[in-house]
Every structure is written in structure tokens, then in C-alpha cells.
Design a protein around this ligand. Sequence first.
Ligand code: GMT
Length: 377
Amino acid sequence: MKDRLKIGITCYPTLGGSGVVATELGKLLAEKGHEVHFITHSMPFRLGKFDRNIFYHEVEVNDYYVFKYPPYDLSLASKLAQVVKLQELDLLHVHYAIPHAVCALLAKQMVGDQLKVVTTLHGTDITVLAQDESLSDLIGYAINGSDAVTAVSQDLIRETRHLLGITKEIDLAYNFVDKRVYYPREVTSLRKEFAHPDEKILIHISNFRPVKRVTDVVEIFDRLRQDVPARLLFVGEGPELSKVLCKVKEKGLLDRVTFCGKQDDVAQLLSLADLMLLPSEKESFGLVALEAMACGVPTVASNAGGIPELITHGETGYLAEIGDVEAMAGYARKILTDEAHAAQLREACLHRARYTFCNDVITRQYEEIYYRVLGRP
Ligand code: GMT
């Protein structure tokens, strides 16, 4: 190993894919011998067991009566500066431009230029927030001020350039899965609890935000189950849950659909499934589809954002235009009624997840970026 680095990581510790990627990356870096300090408002939910190279520093928000709104961003910036000084960190790797990169730049001004800031863009900061004129300049400032910027897909890099006019170099660092966690699990007896032997299992995992178009999942399933005996598992919860539940009831599908709520051991559930559905409106990458892929499960998804960089049409799943539930149901039928084709897809999924989006490759890529910004190539 080159120099052992001292790295601070800030992310939304409890939020979906970005929190998962940031936490898993931190754990892998620690395993490689680096010292990793998570600086977040609560304990990252995937942090898991004790590791002597991992530290957690909680950001506490001051709520003095003079503040109309508790200033989380200032508390974070000041905590970042404090931890950097106390622990002599080399760099901060922050996930999301707003507010994390802005706070990291403030901390850098407080402690000095030797501190380097690496910012990873995950999507929402660009595809949603950058469209808001009151925030776009600030996002541009955060990106231009960072010592390195990474994005999770080519599509996100394109969008960042297009929406914000950014010319700075942006490194592509795809999301990854830990192959020791995401692999096809032995679930023969568990499967019996969810479906009869002749039934197929479909799965959808998300935070049920409108952008996920979860009602399309119900539409696809409704079309499919007319001729394919199947069950549908929903994992996760969020603002559209009631709407989805209403649609399930309206279609008379209650006895075919299981709402699993939020779950931790996603690899176990994915291993039960024959197919994942991801009909999102926007998706800068689609980490859940990669997690499914690593468990040997193909995805039928929308041709949106970075999804085509992950899913190869006809090889590791199928893509259809956003909202085309008819086409998506057709692709699902094609996979679920042709055992030989399903087996081919499964093999291709396992191979692609293992070799292209593998934890070792992507972790090394981040390390190279760290050494580069620190001038230690
Ligand atoms: O998808 C979400 O609503 C959560 C969001 C997040 O911040 O975790 O996900 C974004 O980042 C993930 C990790 O890089 C990507 O896999 C998701 O595609 C991306 N979501 C969107 O672009 C909508």
C-alpha cells in the first residue's frame, strides 16, 4: 500500500444509495488500512461491526433561540474543521454538492489549503437542485471549488456540464457492490414462504419517491400476472406508498403483493427474486439494479439517466421508454417464460456485477483520485 491516508467522509447517513455507497467505500478503505472518519448527523446505517480504522463523529446542531432554523450546515462545517485539525485528516470526501461540499469548502478555508476536498455527485443535487436558479450558482461553486469531483455515471457528468455549464474535469466512478455481501444466497426454504414452486417472484426496491414511478410497477405486474403466475415484493417505504397501496387494491392484487417495508438484509430478499422492476423517471445510476445483478437477478427498467450504462439491453435485463408499461410487461414475460434465456441473463448479470462494478476496482479508483489531489501519485 502507498501512504496510509486519513480520510473524512460526509454523506446522508440514512439516505438510500448515496449513503450506502459512501459507507461501503469507507469500510473498504478502512479494510485497506486507511483511517476513516465518518462525520455525519447520525450513525451511517450500514456501518456494522467495530473496525479499529473507523471513527464516527456526530454533528450536533445548535438550536439557540436566535436561530429561526437550526443551522445544520454551519454546525457541519465547524465539526468538519474541528475533526480535520484534531485528527490531522488529509482530505474530506463528501457525497452531494449541497450542502456537504459547500460545508467542506468552508472547513477548508478555516483549516488551510493543505486539506483537499473530493466531491461525489449522486444525482439529485444535479437533476433536481441544479434546476432551481436559487441554488444552481451555489452548486457550481461547490463543484468548481472541490479539488476533485466524481460522478456515478457518464449521464450524470453530461447533465452536470449541460445544466451548470461546468468545464472542470469530472471523474467517472461507477457505484459498486461488495461481492462478499451481494451474491446469490441459498434461500430455498425461505422462498416457500413467499411463493408456490410454480410462481415467479418480482421485486421492486426504492424509497417510493414520485421519481421512482412505483405505480408503474403495479401496472406492469398487473399485465404480467394475466398469463404468468407470479408474486410481487415491495421493499422500502416513502411518500407514494399509499398511492401504490390504493392501486394494488383497485387492481385486486392484494393477495399477490407483499409490502416488506424497510429491510436491511437486501441480498437475502433479492436472492428470492426472478426479476427486478425499476421503471424510474430519473436514475443517475440505479444502485438497486446493481445489487440485484450481483445476486443474479436481471432488471427490466426504464431507459433513463445512467441506467443504460449499468443494464445492457438483452444481456443483463431489458430497457423500455419511461412509462411504457406495456413494453416492460412484455420484456418481463419474455424473461420469466423462457428458462434458458433467464439462465443466460443470470450468468451475464453475475459476471458484469463481479468484474465491472466490483468493489476492488472502484475502491482503487477512488484511492488514485485521493493520491492525485494530494500530489502523491
Ligand atoms: O434514488 C434516490 O432517491 C436516492 C438517491 C440517493 O441520494 O441515494 O439515489 C441517487 O444516488 C444513488 C447512488 O449513487 C444512485 O444509484 C441513484 O440512481 C440516485 N437516484 C437518482 O438519481 C434518482
